[in-house]
Design a protein around this ligand. Sequence first.
Ligand code: GRF
Length: 194
Amino acid sequence: MTNIAVFASGTGSNARCLADYFAHSSCARVRLIVSNKPDAPVLSIARERHIPTHVIDRISFYESEQLLTVLNEYKIGFIALAGFLWLVPPYLVRTYWQRMVNIHPALLPAYGGKGMYGMRVHEAVKAAGERETGITIHYVNERYDEGDIIFQARCYISSEDSPEEIARKVQALEHEHYPKVLERLICPKTELRL
Ligand code: GRF
């Protein structure tokens, strides 16, 4: 059984999907939710599901390696970032090399990088008059949104779509694909659940 830690700081809709999907898996489960915000809604999602939580502060995250002790305690084998906005420090990238992924709400390398998150991404996509957008799941390295791409899915945008409508389409893709792509990475022998 591979224990997954989900790092999230926002509403946690992807964290919820991952937790619920892997609740039925014999190969992996969401064992810990890590957040940098003590009041993030994702923590309530974790508590409702009896998943332990860990709140980190900036100093211990960047100036110590204490988080590794916590991840060891829960025997975490894989990390999924889902709306975690802090740049991941080198000690964590190294320890979880090729075992840490992120989901980004656009088709990288476009619309990525520092400051490109949430509605800013969808507003930029709309402003550029794009006819399609999508999601990217990629490995995490020491730079924002630059790790090797594992998977992308696309959706069509009409010229009438507002940034909010674009966000809804992208979120639907995220919820559909993130759990399955993680399952393929972590449990390669598992039959794909359709
Ligand atoms: C998602 O759009 C994801 O792509 C990005 O952060 C957002 C998190 O949303 N990295 P949620 O908190 O899972 O609803």
